[in-house]
Ligand binder design. Structure first.
Ligand code: GLC
Ligand code: GLC
Length: 821
C-alpha cells in the first residue's frame, strides 16, 4: 500500500492522504535557520542549534504522535465551520488533500466546502526566517467570507530547559506586539540578545499571545475557543505559554484567489543596542523592521522561492545518472543527496526520532556525512573538517560530539570511542579526492580548541593513526575503548545498574578488549593517508603508513578469522565475539564489509567466503541484519547491544548504514548482481509499495529496519538523520555505477548487474564536466579495461583531471578481462 507518489519532474514526493503510518517529515532551510515539517504541518523551527535556539515547540512522543507545528485555521464566517488546511490539528474531513515535500520546501493543500487553500513553507536562501505563503481560492460561485487564524507556540529557547523547568518557565514568558507583529522576547531583558517574530502581510482583526486565552479552558489545538467563536482577545502573554496567533479576515469573490504571507523569524541585536529607546525594555526593531517589510511582499517571496529551487538545480547538477532502474535514478539524482544535506547540516540532532536536546554534532557521524556528498558543498565540507579537527584531543582521540553553536567538544556521551579519529582521515581523503585541495593539509588547527596547541591538519591526521597504534591489545589488534562504530558493543562497561548510560558509565580500561572493525578501518585509513602523503611528496611517511597497515592485515589474518567469516572482537576477558563458538551473536556484518573494503583477504579467498556467509546468514528481503543469531538475554560483558530485544537496532536489526559496506565489498569482488540486489533491498523508493510495512518516509533512508527476529520485520525507524544517507550514495554512485573520484583522477569502474545494457552519467568534478556513457553486453558483465576519452582510447579506467570549464566525453565498455597467464 502506498500513501502517495513521486513527482520526479518537480522533484517532489506527493503525499495523497494525511494519515500516513507515521508523520512523514521534510526539512526547511539549508544554512542557519532550520525547520522540520511533517505532511500535516507538524514540526518546529530553530536557529542553528536545535537545543539552544529553538523557536517553536514540538512535543516528541505525543498522542497524536505529531504535535506542535505551523498551523492555520480557516473559518467560514457564514456558518462558523472551521478546519485546518493541513488536516492537523483539527483533523476535519477534507474534500481533497495533498502534501508536496520538495527540496527544502513543503506545500500542503486541501479543499473543503468550496474553499481551496495551499500553504507553501520555505526558508529564503541567506535568511533566518521562514515564509508561509497561504494561497486561498474561492471555488464557490458566491462570495466567501472567511477568517484565517495562524498559530505557533514559542519555545523558551533552550529546548531542554523548556521541557523540564516549569517552576521557572511558567513565569518568564514575554512578548511584544507592535504594528501587528508578534515578538517573542523571553529573557531578552536579561542575558539574551535574540528574539523571534511572527508577522503577517494582512491587517489584523486581532491576535493572541497567551495560549490559554486562545485555546480556552480545557481545550486543545483541535478546537481553540478563539477560532470557534471567530475572534481573538488581543492577549499579551505574561508567563505561562506564549504563542503567536494572528486573526485576519478575507472576503473573496467567486473564483478569486488571494495570497497571505506569514513570516516566522529569528533576529539578534548587538548587546549595546538591544533597546529602543535606550534604557527602556522595548526591543530595538531598527534592524528587523526592514527585513519584515521585505518578506511580507509577495514579489520577494516568489523570487526567493525561485532562487531556492535554482540553488538545488545547481547542487544536484554535480551528479546526474540515467540507468535502467527508476528507483536508482530517483534516489541518486534527487533524494539521496538531499538527505545527505540534512545529515550534513543537522548531524543527529533534530528529527522525529531525535529530540534535538540530546546530541550535538557527532565526530564520527559528521565525518561520515561528508562522504559521497562533498562535491555538492566542498567549501562547507572543508570548514567542517577543520571544525572537527579543532575538537580533536592532543592524544589524537576525540570527543564523541560537539555543540554546533559553540563548536566545542563535549563529554556528554563520553569520549574514547576508539574508531572516532580514523573517520576524520577518511573524511579528509574523500574531500581531497573530490577537490584536489592539497593546501588543506597545511591549515593550522588547534587541539581541543586550545590556543597555543595549533598544528597543521596533516599532523592531526598523523595523530589519528598514532592513536590506534598507541592502543593495541594482546593480539596486536586495536583496543575498542568504550565502543567502536557500533556504539552498543560496550566491552569494557559491565553495567549492572539500570539507568546508567552504556556509553558514559565507568569504563574498565583493561587493555584487553579488541575490535576487528577498528583493525579493518585502520588498514583502510592508513592506506588512504599513505596516498595523501605520497601526493605531498612524502614517500617515507607513505611507506611507514603502508607498513603499519600491512602489520595490521597480518594481525587480522592471524587472529581475526573465524573460519568462514571475520570475527567481531575479543572481549575484556579475551573471549571471542562474533564467532561460531558463541551461542548468540555468531556473525556480525560490520567486520565483513569493512575488511573487504580495506582489501583484507581478497587474494586468499577469505573476503569471498565472508561475503558468502553474509548472504547465507545475515541477508533478508529487507536488507542485511547486523548480527545473527541475535542476543536473547543481557550479556554484562557485551553491553547495550544485548539490551535491545532481538531484531531491533544493533541487536539484529537491518542497520542500514552497514548495508552499503557489503555492497561496496561485493563490487570489489566484482559481483555487480549481488551489490545491486542489496542496493534495491534498502532503497526507500523501491520499498514505497510496502509502505504499510516499512511505515517511514519512502524518500529517505532510515537508520534501521526491523530484522527477521523482530515482531515487525521490515518496519523502519529513525528515518532522515543517519549515516545510511552518505554511505548509500557512496556505494551506488562510486562503486556500483563506479564514477569514483581518486586523488589522481576520476575512476570509471562500474560493477553492474549483468542484465543492464549500461547507463549514462554526468559528473561535475574539479570544475570540469564529464559526460559518461557506459555500455555492457547484457548477460556478459565484466569491468572497464580501457576508455575512450574525447575520441581517444586510453588503457585502464582512470581519467586525468581536465581543465576547469571543459567538458570531457567518456565512453566505457565493460569487458571480461583476458585471463592472465
Ligand atoms: C547510530 C550512531 C552512529 C553509530 C551507529 C551504530 O546511528 O549515530 O554513530 O555508528 O548508531 O551504533
Ligand atoms: C544508542 C543507540 C545507538 C546510538 C547511540 C548513540 O545507544 O542505540 O544507535 O548510536 O545511542 O550514543
Amino acid at each position: 500500500m502506498q500513501y502517495g507518489y513521486f513527482d520526479d519532474e518537480r522533484r517532489e514526493y506527493v503525499v495523497t492522504q494525511p494519515d500516513t503510518p507515521l508523520p512523514w517529515m521534510n526539512y526547511l532551510g539549508t544554512e542557519d535557520h532550520f525547520g522540520m515539517i511533517s505532511n500535516t504541518a507538524g514540526g518546529c523551527s530553530f536557529y542553528r542549534d536545535a537545543r539552544l535556539r529553538r523557536l517553536t515547540r514540538y512535543r516528541h512522543n505525543g498522542a497524536p504522535f505529531d504535535l506542535g507545528g505551523r498551523y492555520l485555521y480557516l473559518r467560514d464566517e457564514t456558518d462558523g465551520d472551521y478546519w485546518s488546511p493541513s488536516w492537523q490539528p483539527t483533523r476535519s474531513l477534507l474534500d481533497a488533500y495533498e502534501c508536496r515535500h520538495g527540496l527544502s520546501y513543503t506545500s500542503i493543500s486541501s479543499q473543503r466546502g468550496g474553499v481551496h487553500a495551499e500553504v507553501l513553507y520555505f526558508v529564503p536562501p541567506g535568511e533566518t526566517l521562514e515564509v508561509w505563503r497561504l494561497r486561498v481560492r474561492n471555488d464557490r460561485d458566491t462570495r466567501a467570507d472567511l477568517s484565517v487564524f495562524s498559530l505557533v507556540e514559542f519555545c523558551l529557547w533552550d529546548a531542554l530547559d523548556d521541557s523540564t523547568n516549569f517552576q521557572r518557565n511558567y513565569s518568564v514568558g514575554e512578548v511584544e506586539v507592535v504594528d501587528g507583529v508578534i515578538y517573542h522576547k523571553t529573557e531578552y531583558r536579561e542575558r539574551r540578545n535574540h528574539f523571534a517574530y511572527f508577522a503577517c502581510s494582512e491587517p489584523l482583526a486581532g491576535f493572541d499571545t497567551q495560549r490559554d486565552v486562545f485555546l480556552g479552558p480545557n481545550r486543545g489545538w483541535e478546537s481553540p475557543l478563539a477560532v470557534e467563536r471567530g475572534r481573538c482577545s488581543d492577549s499579551i502573554a505574561h508567563g505561562w505559554a506564549p504563542i503567536g496567533s494572528h486573526h485576519i479576515r478575507l472576503s473573496l469573490a467567486a473564483s478569486e484567489t488571494r495570497d497571505v504571507i506569514f513570516i516566522l523569524g529569528y533576529s539578534e541585536n548587538p548587546t549595546d543596542a538591544k533597546f529602543d529607546p535606550p534604557g527602556s525594555q522595548t526591543i530595538n526593531k531598527a534592524r528587523v523592521r526592514p527585513v519584515i517589510e521585505r518578506w511580507l511582499a509577495t514579489e520577494d517571496v516568489e523570487r526567493a522561492f525561485g532562487a531556492l529551487r535554482g540553488s538545488w538545480d545547481e547542487l544536484l547538477s554535480v551528479l546526474h545518472v540515467e540507468t535502467p532502474d527508476p528507483d536508482t535514478d530517483r534516489m541518486v539524482n534527487i533524494w539521496n543527496p538531499y538527505q545527505c544535506m540534512a545529515t550534513f547540516n543537522l548531524s543527529r540532532s533534530m528529527s522525529f526520532y531525535e529530540s534535538g536536546i540530546g546530541r550535538g554534532m557527532g565526530f564520527r557521524d559528521s565525518s561520515q556525512d561528508i562522504l559521497g556528498f562533498v562535491g555538492m558543498v566542498p567549501a562547507r565540507a572543508r570548514q567542517r573538517i577543520l571544525d572537527l579537527a579543532s575538537t580533536q584531543l592532543p592524544s589524537g582521540g576525540a570527543y564523541h560530539q560537539y555543540q554546533p553553536l559553540t563548536k566545542r567538544g563535549n563529554d556528554a556521551i563520553g569520549s574514547g570511542f576508539n574508531d572516532d579519529p580514523l573517520w576524520l582521515v577518511l573524511a579528509v581523503s574523500a574531500y581531497m579526492k573530490e577537490t584536489g585541495d592539497i593546501a588543506v593539509l597545511d591549515e593550522i588547527v588547534p587541539f581541543d580548541n586550545s590556543p597555543g596547541s595549533e598544528a597543521p591538519l596533516f599532523e592531526h591526521l598523523r595523530r589519528c593513526i598514532r592513536y590506534t597504534l598507541d592502543r593495541l591489545g594482546p593480539h596486536g589488534l586495536p583496543l575498542i575503548g568504550r565502543a567502536d562504530w557500533n556504539d552498543c558493543l560496550n566491552l569494557n562497561c559491565f553495567s549492572e545498574s539500570s539507568g546508567e548510560s552504556f556509553q558514559t558509565t565507568e569504563n574498565r580500561e583493561g587493555g584487553i578488549a579488541e575490535s576487528l572493525f577498528i583493525a579493518a578501518q585502520f588498514v583502510l585509513a592508513s592506506n588512504e593517508l599513505a596516498g595523501v602523503a605520497r601526493l605531498r611528496g612524502d614517500g617515507d611517511e607513505a611507506a611507514s603508513l603502508e607498513a603499519a597497515a600491512c602489520r595490521m592485515v597480518v594481525a587480522v589474518e592471524d587472529h581475526g578469522w573465524d573460519g568462514e567469516w571475520f570475527l567481531r572482537a575479543y572481549d575484556s576477558l579475551g573471549g571471542v565475539v562474533g564467532s561460531h563458538l558463541n551461542a548468540e551473536g555468531q556473525i556480525f556484518a560490520e567486520p565483513q564489509g569493512m575488511s573487504v573494503m580495506a582489501g583484507i583477504g581478497i587474494s586468499n579467498g577469505k573476503a569471498a567466503a565472508a561475503l558468502v556467509s553474509v548472504r547465507d546468514r545475515l541477508a533478508t528481503e529487507h536488507g542485511i541484519m547486523l548480527v545473527q543469531p541475535p542476543f536473547t538475554r543481557y550479556h554484562l560483558e557485551l553491553g547495550e547491544i544485548t539490551s535491545y530485544p532481538p531484531g531491533y537496532k544493533e541487536n539484529g536489526g537491518v542497520f542500514c548504514q552497514v548495508n552499503p559496506w557489503i555492497m561496496i565489498a561485493e563490487t570489489i569482488l566484482g559481483d555487480g548482481e549481488a551489490a545491486f540486489d542489496y542496493y534495491k533491498r534498502t532503497n526507500p523508493s523501491a520499498r514505497a509499495p510496502i509502505s504499510d510495512v516499512h511505515r517511514c518516509e519512502p524518500y529517505v533512508y532510515a537508520q534501521m529496519i526491523a530484522g527477521r527476529d523482530a515482531a515487525t520485520p521490515g518496519e523502519a525507524k529513525n528515518s532522515w538523520l543517519t549515516g545510511s544517507a552518505s554511505w548509500h550514495l557512496t556505494a551506488i554512485s562510486q562503486w556500483i555505477l563506479g564514477v569514483r573520484p581518486e586523488l589522481g583522477g576520476l575512476r570509471i569502474d562500474p560493477v553492474l548487474p549483468p542484465t543492464w545494457p549500461g547507463f549514462t552519467a554526468r559528473r561535475r568534478w574539479r570544475g570540469a564536466t564529464y559526460e559518461i556513457v557506459v555500455h555492457q553486453e547484457p548477460g556478459v558483465g565484466g569491468r572497464v579495461q580501457r576508455l575512450v576519452v574525447d575520441g581517444t582510447s586510453v588503457e585502464g579506467s582512470l581519467v586525468c583531471p581536465a581543465p576547469e570549464g571543459s567538458t570531457v566525453r567518456i565512453e566505457a565498455t565493460l569487458e571480461r578481462a583476458l585471463p592472465s597467464c
